[in-house]
Design a protein around this ligand. Structure first.
Ligand SMILES: [Zn+2]
Length: 131
């Protein structure tokens, strides 16, 4: 089942919708609690497969689980063994360094642009002085 919030709102009945509106107007305490409970339930659920090799983990003892930030979300991945976890960490490290390198490159470009603007301004000023 994969429904979006919009679809969820469309599917609940009027009474539930008014209750939700009331809750939202009062600081969404009931909604926050419901969401937090659901997230806790998901996080406590055992992962079914190793994120690297796909081995089934449900019956397996000594499973490793990693909780990490990804695109403003908290992601969770489980592994059958430390070598699978290490492989995943390696991938994560290189993905993060690519993101950092792109950000540095972007900052450099922005700096170059501002330097070029400064040059343009000073050239303009020079022309004014020459007039
Ligand atoms: Zn594995």
């Amino acid at each position: 089942m994969n429904i979006l919030i919009k679809e969820f709102i469309d599917s609940i009945d009027e009474e539930e919708l008014y209750k939700l509106q009331y809750d939202l107007s009062k600081g969404s305490i009931a909604l926050k609690k419901t969401v937090e409970e659901k997230i806790k339930e998901i996080e406590n659920r055992k992962r079914k497969h190793c994120a690297v090799c796909g081995e089934e983990l449900v019956e397996k003892e000594g499973v490793y689980t990693l909780i990490f930030p990804h695109e403003n979300l908290t992601k969770k991945a489980s592994f059958c063994a430390t070598d699978c976890m290490e492989f995943f960490l390696g991938k994560l490290k290189s993905a993060n360094s690519i993101i950092k390198a792109n950000e540095t490159e972007k900052n450099k470009n922005e700096m170059n642009n501002s330097e070029m603007k400064n040059e343009a301004i000073s050239e303009e000023n020079i022309n004014k002085l020459n007039r």
